[in-house]
Design a protein around this ligand. Sequence first.
Ligand code: SF4
Length: 636
Amino acid sequence: MSVESIFPRLEALLPKVQKPIQYVGGELNSTIKDWDSADVRWALMYPDAYEVGLPNQGVAILYEILNELPGTLAERTYAVWPDLEALMRAEGVPQFTVDAHRPVRAFDVLGLSFSTELGYTNMLTALDLAGIPLLAEERGEDDPIVLAGGHAAFNPEPIADFLDAAVLGDGEQISIAISEVIREWKAEGRPGGRDELLMRLAESGGVYVPKFYDVDYHPDGRIKRVAPNRADVPWRVHKHTVMDLDEWPYPKKPLVPLAETVHERFSVEIFRGCTRGCRFCQAGMITRPVRERSITTIGAMVENGIKESGFNEVGLLSLSSADHSEIADVAKGLADRYEGTNTSLSLPSTRVDAFNIDLANEFSRNGRRSGLTFAPEGGSERMRKVINKMVTEEDLIRTVTTAYTQGWRQVKLYFMCGLPTEQDEDVLGIADLAKKVIQAGREATGSRDIRCTVSIGGFVPKPHTPFQWAGQADHETVDRRLKALRDSVRGDKQYGRAIGFRYHDGKPSIVEGLLSRGDRRVGAVIRAVWEDGGRFDGWSEHFSYERWRASAEKAGVDVDWYTTREREENEVLPWDHLDAGLDREWLWQDWQEAVNGSEVEDCRWTPCYDCGVCPTMGTEIQIGPTGRKLLPLTVV
Ligand code: SF4
């Protein structure tokens, strides 16, 4: 049965809201497929505003792949701002997709991609506006399967009550497999209803269905056991890994936003995974092993993406782009190809070495020199050893000196505060480093026109990392250290004015910590926050720490127990039954080595140190050189 567009009803509300353009759809390369010719229909949601959600690469890739699949359609939906939410409630307009403005509840699957846990309350708004019961157990046969993916889905326990299912890892192949399971089940006349469909998905071992697992607790609140409550459901659910990125050269037709968005460029992912072993980095741990896209495919994707979108900026994405084994050839090849055109290239650079500056020089041939970014992450040598960020002060000074000598005037440095074992002097070390950077720049250039911006984020211990057992620093400690650092920078007459300082207070990190390492009992807090008006928690103007604390108290949840408490080796962690491939013993050993300041090399260039991923997942490191070339131009 056809589903009607709600646009006529929405249109009447748009003149009354801010940035109405974000709700109208019709972007270049968006797709609307005939409803009746599809038998599997996905609504894909990035649970944040359009301006953040549209550039999201994960959603964009799945949107294209699913729409290419015969008999399957996919549309996008984003979080609506509170002004439109109020009007939609008043007028009874449901959560809609921006493509054909179809009501989200009419779809078979509502797939949510969570890059951050701070999007959880927005999920509840979308479910409620859609008319889908918040609790999975209250959903009926006509409700979509609510499915989570993205990095936060590696511990979906805090939102387990609201989810029907979750998927870990790369979405390309599993989204197609899920579509086929749904298609078959529908073609058979939906035997056993929703429960059987979820059972079919769970039996495969590739989809986690929380309701098929029971959690038992010790009297002191720790988890005793997580166990399947049905036969044929696996004890552990595994992540998915795409092993040949060249076979999946998406996005082929990049979405071009209508409204302003956080990134307005075409991004090509040049590799997935990272084995540098930074102990704080969940993305690096859960996306192992490294799988490179070949230089030929990168060249073809850039060429094709520009042609299809008209973007004049191309970003080469990955967790550490300068580490691609053929990045020098990629950089030179693309810089040669687009020299003299209006196409600019960018590389998120975080590696602290001169090679990175060579790359930046290539990429700025077309004239733009916005600044170089490096991420030492820790302010002292000791701290950097603990987090396994192998950068010495000497490396950093040498690198920035080269940058300033070659004409760069602005350097940005990223750090974290609240790291395990951190002391006040580790954070104050950031000020010393920044001053040395300015001093080196002035000496190298003879100019006082040298800038360094220090950006500091709060550290949050994440699941599936060696720091998953660590006690998180409380926000008072983080705020005190940041204040001392700010005073040290600002009070310096010689260098203070040349140093920019950006940081957030420590409170949002505590909430992120609660949601990252929480278990199913934390769901009651999320719901209480949402019922109290919590929305857009990733936005400082909407975030209320007091609301989270009050809601936790109301739900009987001790925030400190979940955040600042250090876990013991054998404590069952809420995500232990979800398998990112990492060997638990290796993670524990790495945590002990962190405390002792021992470093681990990158297994791309040194022997495998048995983190467990490759044998468990049947994967391997895939790096070049491939001997292939950027040319000839071939359209993907
Ligand atoms: S199993 Fe070995 S080669 Fe594979 S990611 Fe882990 S350390 Fe590296």
